[in-house]
Design a protein around this ligand. Structure first.
Ligand code: AMP
Ligand code: GLY
Length: 428
């Protein structure tokens, strides 16, 4: 099968790396790709917002399946336009991508199907939102309804922070994404992510992961796209996985199908594990970045077969097998990220750092210039390791990070700390 992968991050590098192992793979293209993806796929300089150009490319190259990595093209209806042109796509329709593209849509779906989530109200007006905050009081959580590249959520611990948050959301910086604001109850617990493939009807649970969104050690500082992740998430016991399937994923998939907008793709549930059980924080309609990198390290089954089964609607006979080992990825980001950062700084030493069989270095934001590799973006590298425990995977990844010669970047030193703490307590 000839595949076109859409995206340019570490997630897409990991997907391409896993697709490469498939005996069924013909040609692998990536639009637009990056400096690392160029080693495993033919990168094509296409504007992924130009669906017509993508369709023409697919026809010319005989593409059998388009694998859509990020949320923006999904919400923009790329899967619909490809399907209409007779090209198979992995990823949901725009109607089904509302599970990520509109928080108020998902909140309404949860309410109608008794799916556990934080109690919430939706406001189209700043004044009413302020009055509601005064009535409810902090801690409280504010969210822009639409896509905001992970920056549209404000967890306010005081009333003043909440009111300042309303000013930020209504200040114009979020555009139409903040036309509606969801205000919800603050949930307490440990966060974990749960991934499942869905072909419209059949659900195949994949695995669990935990990421770290704050930039600094100890989960401090501003939010980022994610500074690292590990899989599995030890907090997700078999019982909690079963409850997540029964109480959250299955009712969602049934409701989407019943509404005539079946979900096809990977459903990523961000969960808060509270005393009352798993609660849905949010849905994403794609693989997480960097969670995908740790999932791909652990996946033993043929990724291409799984993604094709989703696109063809016959997931019923598919199985996903996983390595027993844990995987952990450390994001190396450009100094200054998530604020202003420099691009174009040179990176060396990747071959040496990536030599052990248990290490894989995925590129999140790099480009080649002649023989040099340069940083291009905020999150630049994902140094990923396997280990018999999360602690061992972390130690191995940290050794590899030390071997990367990149003065222009930094990373967290404590990725996986919650999982490692649980391992210690349970004596693993
Ligand atoms: P989201 O983009 O919806 O995943 O939110 C970003 C982060 O905000 C989450 O990973 C949580 O850490 C936090 N968050 C979101 N909603 C809540 C909530 N209701 N209670 C506590 N924390 C939350
Ligand atoms: N790592 C969080 C996300 O992909 O949304």
């Amino acid at each position: 099968m000839n595949i076109l992968l859409i995206g340019s991050g570490g997630r897409e590098h990991a997907l391409g790396w896993a697709l490469r192992k498939s005996p069924r793979l013909g040609a692998l293209y990536c639009a637009p790709g990056n400096g690392g993806i160029a080693d495993i796929a033919r990168c094509v300089d296409l504007d992924t917002a130009d669906h017509g150009a993508l369709i023409r490319f697919c026809a010319k190259k005989g593409i059998d399946l388009v694998v859509i990595g990020p949320e923006v093209p999904l919400v923009a209806g790329l899967a619909d336009d490809l399907e209409a042109a007779g090209i198979k796509a992995f990823g949901p329709s725009a109607a089904a991508a509302r599970l990520e593209g509109s928080k108020s849509f998902t909140k309404a779906l949860c309410a109608a199907n008794a799916i556990p989530t934080a109690a919430s109200r939706v406001f189209a007006n700043g004044e009413e939102a302020r009055a509601y905050i005064a009535y409810k009081g902090a801690p409280i959580v504010l969210k822009a309804d639409g896509l905001a590249a992970g920056k549209g959520v404000i967890v306010a611990m005081t009333d003043d922070e909440a009111l300042a948050g309303i000013d930020r959301l209504t200040g114009g910086g979020f555009g139409a994404a903040a036309d509606e604001i969801v205000i919800e109850e603050y949930l307490q617990g440990e966060e974990a992510s749960f991934f499942a493939l869905v072909d419209g009807e059949t659900v195949l649970p994949l695995a669990t992961a935990q990421d770290h969104k704050r930039v600094g050690d100890g989960d401090t500082g501003p939010n980022t796209g994610g500074m690292g992740a590990c899989s599995p998430a030890p907090v997700m016991s078999e019982d909690l996985c079963r409850r997540t399937m029964d109480e959250i994923i299955n009712p969602t998939v049934r409701a989407m199908a019943a509404a005539g907008t079946p979900f096809r793709g990977v459903l990523y549930a961000g969960l808060m594990i509270t005393d009352a059980g798993p609660q849905l924080i949010e849905y994403n309609v794609r693989f997480g970045d960097p969670e995908c990198q740790v999932l791909m390290m652990r996946l033993k089954s043929d990724l291409l077969g799984l993604l094709a089964a989703v696109a063809e609607g016959n997931l019923g006979r598919a199985r996903a097998e996983w390595r027993d080992e844990c995987a952990l990825t450390i994001v190396m980001a450009a100094n200054g990220y998530p604020g202003c950062y420099e691009t174009g700084t040179p990176i060396r030493g990747l071959e040496e750092a990536g030599r052990p069989a248990f290490i894989e270095i995925f590129h999140a934001g790099t480009r080649r210039e002649g023989r040099r590799l340069l940083a291009q973006g905020g999150r630049v590298l994902n140094v990923t390791a396997l280990g018999s425990t999360v602690a061992e995977a972390q130690a191995r990844a940290r050794v590899a990070v030390e071997r990367v010669d990149w003065p222009g970047g930094f990373s967290r030193r404590d990725i996986g700390w919650r999982a490692i703490e649980r391992e210690r307590k349970s004596g693993t």
